[in-house]
Design a protein around this ligand. Structure first.
Ligand code: NAD
Length: 359
């Protein structure tokens, strides 16, 4: 629903995927912190999009919602023409590796073609002389492939994606960079590690396991559980995006990580211990729910991010340790069980229909 815009000279920022997990934290931060910006949240509301995530800011004067699919080139060009966005923060994507193994095509359509549609619209609608435009593309550390026991991904590590998801993200990163080189489109890319925190769809490890522990259901751990990931608190990621968006160097990329590597099995055991404590269960009760399952094909062994560039150049560092972030996250899910239940039952979809009955 588009409200009247009083300030015609306001900077208009298109944020795609704002009803999703990370996007909702970015939208909230920008709407609250920058009342002088007009924020347009564009989202097609797939299974992963939930407008309830933004209930607290949906009536702010500088917030607008557009239900649009980024794979629809004509519609994307249309809305660019109508609203004349100055800048884009692009998060909309299919984001779940397991789903990409099951059905890669939708990842090509949304992550690659959708990104190219946005790039084309930006290229067609932005004047070369303005100097005031930016295409900020949010990507993942998974584009770099896998590491052995040692080493870290830096901004210059060659891309070597192993899953259909990471291949689609790598491809979209290449297109963004190529539009920068070929058409001089101003861009920034950031590649970040696994996010965790409030509002994450309970198909990803941490919210899924919190939900399963609450319900005393099995905790499916892939292979031997010795896969290593770096974990980043989503609020810290939103802060890093804010900083790179405002202070980052044109045509560059930033790695964002939590300086915080965990083997999956160690993380699960830590989560189990914390959940036992918070739910007043006997220590060990949740760990008994661990169930090792057949490994995921093409499973990357280890991801680890060297985030020293964003730390040194822009002064960003995570505000919480993993233990504190995990505590905050568990508390959020325990205090928002109704949110979790509506996601599981599918009732969260009604929120949009009730809020925007004529769309
Ligand atoms: P998410 O799945 O929670 O949200 C994705 C959002 O995009 C949803 O609101 C969905 O409705 C929307 N969307 C999907 N297809 C669309 C389409 N065709 N048109 C318009 N909207 C569409 O994802 P997330 O975890 O918040 O990830 C956001 C971005 O960050 C993605 O680009 C992802 O690749 C990247 N990323 C995520 C992580 C992570 O740990 N979650 C880590 C690194 C990078």
């Amino acid at each position: 629903m588009i409200k009247k815009i009083d300030n015609l000279n306001a900077i208009k920022i298109l944020i795609t995927g704002g009803a999703g997990f990370i996007g909702s934290h970015v939208v909230r931060r920008f709407v609250k912190k920058y009342p002088e910006y007009e924020i347009y949240n564009l989202d097609s509301l797939t299974y992963a999009g939930n407008l309830e995530n933004l209930q607290d800011i949906e009536n702010e004067k500088n917030y607008h919602f557009l239900r649009v699919d980024i794979s629809n080139a004509e519609k994307i060009d249309d809305i660019f023409h109508t609203y004349k966005f100055n800048k884009i923060i692009h998060l909309a994507a299919e984001s779940h590796v397991d789903r990409s193994i099951h059905d890669p095509s939708i990842f090509l359509k949304t992550n690659v073609i959708g990104t190219v549609n946005l790039l084309n619209a930006a290229r067609n609608n932005w004047s070369k002389a303005s100097g005031n435009n930016l295409f900020y593309h949010i990507s993942t550390d998974e584009v770099f492939g896998t590491l052995g026991e040692e080493g870290l991904f830096t901004e210059t590590t060659p891309y070597k994606p192993n899953s259909p998801y990471s291949a689609s993200k790598a491809s979209s990163d290449h297109f963004v960079r190529a539009y920068g080189e070929t058409y001089n489109l101003p861009y920034i890319i950031s590649n970040c590690s696994n996010n965790y925190g409030p509002n994450q769809f309970p198909e990803k490890l941490i919210p899924l396991f919190i939900k399963n522990i609450i319900e005393s259901k099995p905790l499916p751990v892939y292979g031997d559980g010795n896969y290593t990931r770096d974990w980043l608190y989503v609020i810290d990621h939103a802060k890093a995006i804010d900083l790179a968006f405002h202070k980052g160097e044109n045509k560059s990329s930033y790695n964002i990580g939590g300086f915080n590597e965990y083997k999956n099995i160690d993380l699960v055991k830590l989560l189990c211990a914390k959940m036992d404590e918070k739910l007043n269960r006997n220590q060990g009760a949740s760990e008994n729910l661990i169930n090792y399952i057949k490994d995921r094909p093409g499973h990357d062994k280890r991801y680890a991010i060297d985030a020293s560039k964003i730390y040194q150049d822009l002064g960003w560092k995570p505000s919480v340790t993993f233990e504190i972030g995990l505590d905050k996250t568990i508390d959020w899910y325990l205090n928002n069980e109704e949110w979790l239940n509506r996601l599981t039952s599918g009732k969260y979809k009604d929120y949009y229909l009730n809020k925007y009955p004529n769309k």
